[in-house]
Design a protein around this ligand. Structure first.
Ligand SMILES: NC(=O)c1ccc[n+]([C@@H]2O[C@H](COP(=O)([O-])OP(=O)(O)OC[C@H]3O[C@@H](n4cnc5c(N)ncnc54)[C@H](O)[C@@H]3O)[C@@H](O)[C@H]2O)c1
Ligand SMILES: O=c1ccn([C@@H]2O[C@H](COP(=O)(O)OP(=O)(O)O[C@H]3O[C@H](CO)[C@@H](O)[C@H](O)[C@H]3O)[C@@H](O)[C@H]2O)c(=O)[nH]1
Length: 329
């Protein structure tokens, strides 16, 4: 397989690049480095370019001629999307449209797309299946839902075959310790706690806990954390599914562990693993945040044969902590 990983210098994309390469596939990255890191993809073939510049996509597709494009390139901060929705409409929806158009013109007919649990909005069921209604409550979720619909239309009309993967909360890091999650600014829960823990003494920032008045077991929001390596393994299986003629041209799967952990449970697990207390501050709910997001990933299990290997919160946080202690970028 010859894959072009768009957004491959980012957190999940860089793990995908390594996994593809370890599995013996050919891989190249396209990235604009808006949030990605050159250090994460050292030694891999790179097309520096932006999805908002069609000529950049054309150049990469014409030169590399991939069999498959994996799209990870997005803005993905819920709170930022509430304040600056245009950025999300542009990058996450318009960027995908440009990619689809270029793929069609270059006869590249296979696409894998990173979507999100944010398309579901506030869930009406305890565990979310793929046919749960989609009703995003933030522009980030909408931008991904627009993109999903565009991909679906291209499958129906233009012969595209696509797999859309709706991730729940990605966490953890590659076992090598060489790559991991690093966003600037960091807004995600686990890395924010670990960053605060790693900072010494008076320099230590307080971790904000957004809302302790949710209707959940301890009042804190609940999320389904899935290890980044498990996510990437699902992509390898999904690549096989793209070649199966018994499966439809457009496939959609949730990827999560099926367990929910509250913000407070994550904090407690992290403090135990680090062996240090982290200073916190209870704040108002963050705009755009659903109270609970927990996956039912039975479809990915049944059709793709996917089963996450890392289940416990402790293992996930430990894996992230190993990277944070040695953080290289
Ligand atoms: N991290 C999560 O928990 C999570 C959960 C659900 C879905 N997702 C989705 O997974 C994907 C990857 O997330 P991540 O956490 O690795 O994000 P990230 O910000 O670390 O990576 C995104 C990468 O895409 C690049 N990029 C962004 N816009 C681009 C553009 N217009 N042209 C070229 N490159 C561009 C960035 O430079 C970066 O390297 C995103 O699509 C995100 O919405 C992430
Ligand atoms: O400093 C922090 C950071 C986060 N949170 C809370 O922790 C939970 C998780 O937040 P975060 O780690 O920022 O992830 P989400 O906002 O749930 O979004 C992630 O998970 C979504 C899918 O569930 C993806 O779509 C997004 O791309 C990805 O960033 C939320 O309730 C936040 O309010 C805090 O309390 N304090």
């Amino acid at each position: 397989m010859k894959a072009l990983v768009v957004g491959g210098a980012g957190y999940i994309g860089s793990h995908m690049v390594r996994m593809l390469s370890r599995a013996g596939h050919q891989v190249a990255v396209m990235d604009n480095f808006s949030t990605g890191h050159a250090e994460a993809i050292e030694g891999y073939r790179l097309y520096r370019g932006d999805l908002l510049a069609p000529a950049d996509i054309d150049r990469a597709l014409a030169d590399y001629r991939p069999d498959l494009v994996m799209h990870f390139a997005a803005r993905s901060m819920v709170a930022e999307s509430m304040a600056e929705p245009m950025l999300y409409h542009h990058n996450n929806a318009f960027g995908v449209l440009n990619l689809l158009d270029s793929m069609r013109r270059h006869d590249v007919s296979r696409l894998m797309f990173s979507s999100t649990a944010a398309v579901y909005g506030v869930p009406i069921k305890r565990r979310i299946e793929e046919d749960h209604p989609t009703a995003p409550i933030n522009p980030y979720g909408w931008s991904k839902l627009f993109a999903e619909h565009m991909i679906h239309d291209h499958c129906r009309a233009y012969g595209l075959r696509a797999v859309v993967l709706r991730y729940f909360n990605a966490a953890g890091a590659d076992e090598s310790g060489e790559i991991g999650e690093s966003h600037v600014p960091e807004t995600h829960l686990i890395p924010s706690i670990l960053r605060a823990a790693a900072a010494a003494g008076a320099e230590q920032p307080r971790v904000k806990l957004f809302g302790n008045d949710y209707d959940t077991r301890d009042g804190y929001a609940v999320r389904d954390f899935i290890h980044v390596t498990d996510l990437c393994e699902a992509h390898l299986l999904a690549a096989q599914a793209l070649s199966r003629t018994d499966l439809p041209d457009y496939q959609l799967y949730n990827l999560g562990n099926g367990q929910g952990f509250s913000v407070l449970e994550v904090l407690n697990a992290a403090q135990e693993i680090i062996g240090r207390k982290v200073e916190t501050e209870i704040c108002a709910r963050r705009p755009g945040d659903p109270p609970v997001l927990v996956a039912d990933a039975s479809r990915a299990r049944a059709v793709l044969g996917w089963a996450p290997k890392t289940h416990s919160l402790q293992e996930i946080v430990e894996s992230a902590w190993r990277w944070h202690r040695a953080q290289r970028y």
